[in-house]
Each structure stands twice: as C-alpha cells, then as structure tokens.
Design a binder for this molecule. Sequence first.
Ligand code: NAD
Length: 334
Amino acid sequence: MSGPVRVALAGLGWWGQKITAVLQAAPDEVTIVRAIEPNAEFAMAFEKAHGIPVTAELDAALVDPDVEAVLLVTPHSLHAAQIAACVAAGKHVFCEKPLAMTRAAAVAAVDAVEAAGLILATGHERRYEPPIARMIAAADRGEMGRLMQFDATFSHDKFLSLDPTNWRLGAGDAPAAGMTATGIHLLDLAVRLMGPAKSVICSCETLASELPQGDTISAFVMFKGGGTATIAANLAMPFVSRCSLFGSEAWIDVRDRAHVEAPDGWVVTSARKGGKIEVEEVGPAEPVRDNIVAFARAIRGQAAYPITTGQMIETAALLEAIVSSSKSGELVTL
Ligand SMILES: NC(=O)c1ccc[n+]([C@@H]2O[C@H](COP(=O)([O-])OP(=O)(O)OC[C@H]3O[C@@H](n4cnc5c(N)ncnc54)[C@H](O)[C@@H]3O)[C@@H](O)[C@H]2O)c1
C-alpha cells in the first residue's frame, strides 16, 4: 500500500486532541479516517470540528477494512486488551505509554504483534526531542565514554485539579505517584541508554496532595551492564523536566523549556573531558508528530521503528518492579 497510513484514533481526551492537532501537519504520512470515543460530548465536538466519524466502540473500527492502524490514546488499564483486539483484527498498533504495566503484558503484546507481522509503536516521543536524539547518538558513537549514570526528573501538577475519581488519579491506572504519567518516559530513555535493569528501590510518599498512591517518587535503578539511574516523577509540583547522562568522556544535561504539549525548545548544558562547560539553546520541535510519523514509515517499510520490542519489554519490566517497590519500599530484583 502507498500514501498516508489510514488510522483510527481511540480516545479523544487531552492527548488524543494533541495527536489530532500535530497530525494535521503530516497529511502525507498519516490520515485519521475515524475515531473512537465513549464520551458522547467529546465525540460530537470532534465530529463537528474535523468531519471525521466517531463511534463509541473500538469494534466498529476493527472491522473497517479502510483502517490500517489504530492509535490507542486511552486509559492505561485498557491498553493490554485493546492491543490484543487490534492485533486480532490485523491492525498495526500505536499504543500510548505505558504500553504495558507488567513484563508479562508487554511480552504478550510483542508476541502477538510479531506473530501477525504487524508494527507496534509506543508514545515515547522524548526520543524525538532533538537534544535527546543527539544524546543517544553521542552515546551510541562512544563519544561519551563508558556510560555510568542517568539522572532525570519529569514532574507536573496538571492532574491535581481533576476530579478525584478521574482514572488519572486512581491507583489502578496510575500507581506509583507520577511514574505512569511522566516517569515512564524516563524509564524508556534509561533502558535505551543503559540497557536492561537489574534491580530497583523506590521511595514513594504523599507530601503535598491527598493521593493515596503517592505524589512523590524517586527510583534508584541498577543495570545489568553496570551503572545506575535516579528517576523522579512528582504529581504535586510545578512543571519540571530535565535529564542528564554522565559518561567517562563527557556529560550532557537537557532541560525542557516547556511540556511537550506545547514545545518551546531546550537548554542543553554539556562538557567533555578537559573542556569547558557549554550552554546551548535548542529551538522548538514537534516530537509527538515525529514519533507517529516514524510508526507510519515503519508500516510502509521505509525505516524500522526505532523503539525495539525488546526495549518495550524491558521498560515494562522496570515499571512493574518500580510499582512493586513503591508499595513495599524494598529492593526489587528484575
Ligand atoms: N506521550 C505523551 O507525552 C502523553 C501525554 C499525555 C497522555 N498520554 C497518554 O495518552 C493516554 C490518554 O491520556 P489522556 O491524558 O488523553 O487521558 P484523557 O482522560 O484526557 O483521555 C482519555 C480518553 O479516552 C476515552 N476512552 C475511555 N475508554 C475508551 C475506550 N474503550 N475506547 C476509546 N476511548 C476511550 C475517554 O473517554 C477519554 O476521552 C494515556 O495512555 C496517557 O498516558 C501520553
């Protein structure tokens, strides 16, 4: 097949609307042919704004031969069953993060997709932030020397104003403070840079909210290949997002100037052995669009999707261990 990949968009909430907006700038790559949204008010508003048909149930899209792929932008606890249904219907799947809450669920998704010869992608757009892409490339080329530590935080208090019954604040969909909301992006980067995790120990506390599953989490991760990561994700502080990679030859620190919802560029601080500390401003980009375009190009056979299924499984395994340690406070071995 050629031309833009024809997708069904499931979930028209905060992020489904963001994805709709960014894909309007990639009409040659992806086109939304239908949407799925059980909230009738959201569904009607979307149909009116975009002229795209919306149904309440995913099944209608799965039997539509015009749909090549599904973008799942739905609550976390729905992802596993929705991926399985899409794959059974022969549709490629882009699933928002977390792709899976456990190693077993990630393995099931990957096995199903691979057996069906389909493409699986996930919403870790941080890999497409230009300074992060440069960090990964520098590490891969060996320019940073032996990678030793990854230290990152990604927090915001956007969800505190939601109704307390919202799934975003529930321990089932969103355990371990901000780990499924924001920290999961850092787990993907940590696994990409440092490899599979060996063990993790967390502190998870409720310090400035009423959230029973915590608003403040810090995870200390040890990797099978050596090296460590410290990862924080807080649900009760003003927006902050930064990550640093430290190697024996160089280090790089990337600070976001704004949330990826409305990208405003990055401040990159770095140093090489024997050199001065350099500070650089990097202009805005649209990584959410670029990640979905990469999914579309993989479907068309133009380039492999860069987040490997092995990395998806290791990230899910690390999330599962973090959730476990967030409850017990004990070291969890993967
Ligand atoms: N990649 C990112 O940076 C990023 C940012 C924000 C959210 N997300 C992810 O996007 C997903 C959705 O988050 P959100 O913030 O938009 O939540 P949201 O609550 O604003 O939207 C979710 C929508 O899904 C709808 N929905 C519920 N059940 C459904 C079903 N069975 N089929 C189709 N739609 C259904 C809800 O009615 C709601 O409109 C989550 O996985 C979240 O982690 C990713």
